[in-house]
Design a protein around this ligand. Structure first.
Ligand SMILES: NC(=O)c1ccc[n+]([C@@H]2O[C@H](COP(=O)([O-])OP(=O)(O)OC[C@H]3O[C@@H](n4cnc5c(N)ncnc54)[C@H](O)[C@@H]3O)[C@@H](O)[C@H]2O)c1
Length: 429
């Protein structure tokens, strides 16, 4: 099928590449001319495992192309996906201006029947507004239908998640777009939930808020474990074997971040508020999340006392492992909190250092994780990259003035670290 994606970011580029990989002809559109230039010349603007190969392979096969022209994308496709940002406004509500702008751009380019699919995370009833807007701005000859198709893939695992999705949600009751969407996704062999557009939009906010809630729940349990001397990892293991609960998203730490959970949570709280429901449960999820960072910083200051002029090595800047995405990253927030106290930081991240340089200033960026601790007073682990488990602990221990590690992601075994001579402080253990 002929498809276009408006917005070639973390969602749009991976979606475009995966749809091309299963045989569709995909045009990726972005109004960032530098990004499109990079992509057309064979570069990749983001890090996502497996993405570069997929983009190169499908571009070379002629199934994946890039342009800055929305009109070109619309004209060359039957189904147009929208994957532009929906950032938070200062009051937590969603800034829908990117979606509205794209709706007008699509309307201006419409000549015959097209299916317009919203993949961005949007407040319930946005699909109706997109349809109204396109109707208002399109020529009388044009015809279209709007579908909601929220995206559930995880950054860092996006290619695998997209090629093997656990479900595909299609929000429309109209037979023609249902049939088209089933054709788009047939090669993925995934269960499909076909529902009305409002329910599809709600499924996304309800899912992300639930996952954030699960993280805050285990973080609250971690606090109780710290007070009682229990071990949150063992509690999580015991809970997680119950099939009704499951082990995933039960990892205690310094809290969730990233471009989705914090913004989707505030958006959902705001959406509820606007329709007269006080979603206090989700406000508490936010409250617990903020408390995790406060408690971790306090753990560091309780141990090191005055941070002014203390040298601290930090492993991790990305908001999670396997990505270079630092948007709303707890690791960056932690670095900034430590800097505010006067600490001098040496930082390392396998993929996120280039992006971090733009916002995290006055730190020393270290290419080799094994040298991050040189001349430092303590080591902090802020992101759960698997490779950090391979840290040369003996070398790190010897290079620190005193072997203190604050592990905000519980990467190491507590008893083993103590046996190796570390003062080891983690979360909920
Ligand atoms: N990042 C994720 O893992 C993820 C997962 C699920 C859902 N989402 C949702 O998907 C949406 C996109 O997120 P993202 O992370 O891909 O954002 P992003 O910022 O990485 O990418 C968005 C792209 O849209 C482009 N853009 C903005 N306005 C445009 C316009 N008028 N015309 C053409 N291009 C335009 C930007 O230049 C950018 O490249 C958001 O609503 C987000 O909440 C993101």
């Amino acid at each position: 099928m002929k498809l276009s994606i408006i917005g070639t970011g973390y969602v749009g580029l991976v979606t475009g590449a995966c749809l091309a990989e299963v045989g569709h002809e995909v045009v990726c559109v972005d109004n960032d001319a530098a990004k499109i230039k990079l992509l057309t010349s064979g570069g990749i603007p983001i890090y996502e495992p497996g993405l570069e190969e997929l983009v190169k392979k499908n571009a070379a096969a002629g199934r994946l192309s890039f342009t800055t022209s929305t009109a070109e994308g619309v004209q060359k496709s039957d189904v147009i996906f929208i994957a532009v940002p929906t950032p938070p406004q200062p009051d937590g509500s969603v800034d829908s201006s990117f979606i509205e702008k794209v709706a007008r751009d699509i309307a201006a380019a419409l000549t015959d029947y097209k299916i317009i699919v919203d993949k961005s995370t949007v407040p319930v009833k946005t699909g109706e507004k997109v349809a109204e807007t396109i109707k208002r701005y399109c020529p009388a000859t044009a015809d279209f239908e709007v579908v909601s198709n929220p995206e559930f893939r995880r950054e860092g695992f996006a290619v695998g998640d997209l090629l093997k999705p656990d479900r595909i949600v299609i929000g429309t009751r109209s037979p023609r777009p249902i049939e088209a969407m089933k054709k788009v996704y047939a090669p993925f062999h995934a269960p499909m939930v076909v529902t009305d557009i409002n329910s599809a939009e709600l499924i996304k906010h309800a899912s992300n808020s639930f996952l954030a809630l699960k993280i805050s729940y285990i973080n609250a349990i971690a606090t109780i474990c710290e007070i009682t001397g229990a071990n949150v990892q063992e509690v999580a293991a015991g809970m997680g074997l119950d099939e009704r609960i499951g082990r995933r998203f039960l990892n205690a730490g310094i809290g969730f971040g990233g471009s989705c959970f914090p913004k989707d949570l505030s958006a959902f709280i705001k959406i509820a508020e606007e329709i007269g429901y006080d979603f206090r449960l989700l406000k508490e999820v936010q409250h617990i999340n903020a408390g995790q960072m406060d408690r971790f910083v306090k753990k560091i200051t309780d141990t090191l006392w005055v941070l002014k002029d203390k040298k601290i090595g930090v492993l991790g800047l990305a908001f999670k492992q396997n990505t270079d995405d630092i948007r709303m990253s707890p690791a960056i927030e932690l670095c900034q909190r430590l800097q505010k106290e006067g600490a001098l930081l040496r930082v390392h991240d396998p993929k996120a250092m280039n992006k971090a340089r733009a916002i995290l200033k006055d730190v020393t960026y270290v290419e080799d994780m094994n040298t991050v601790t040189e001349g430092c007073d303590a080591l902090v682990v802020a992101t759960e990259w698997d490779e950090f488990k391979q840290l040369d602990l003996e070398r790190a221990r010897k290079s620190l003035s005193h072997p203190i590690m604050f592990d905000g992601r519980n990467l190491f075994d507590h008893a083993e670290m103590e046996r190796l001579g570390w003062v080891y402080k983690s979360v909920g253990r």
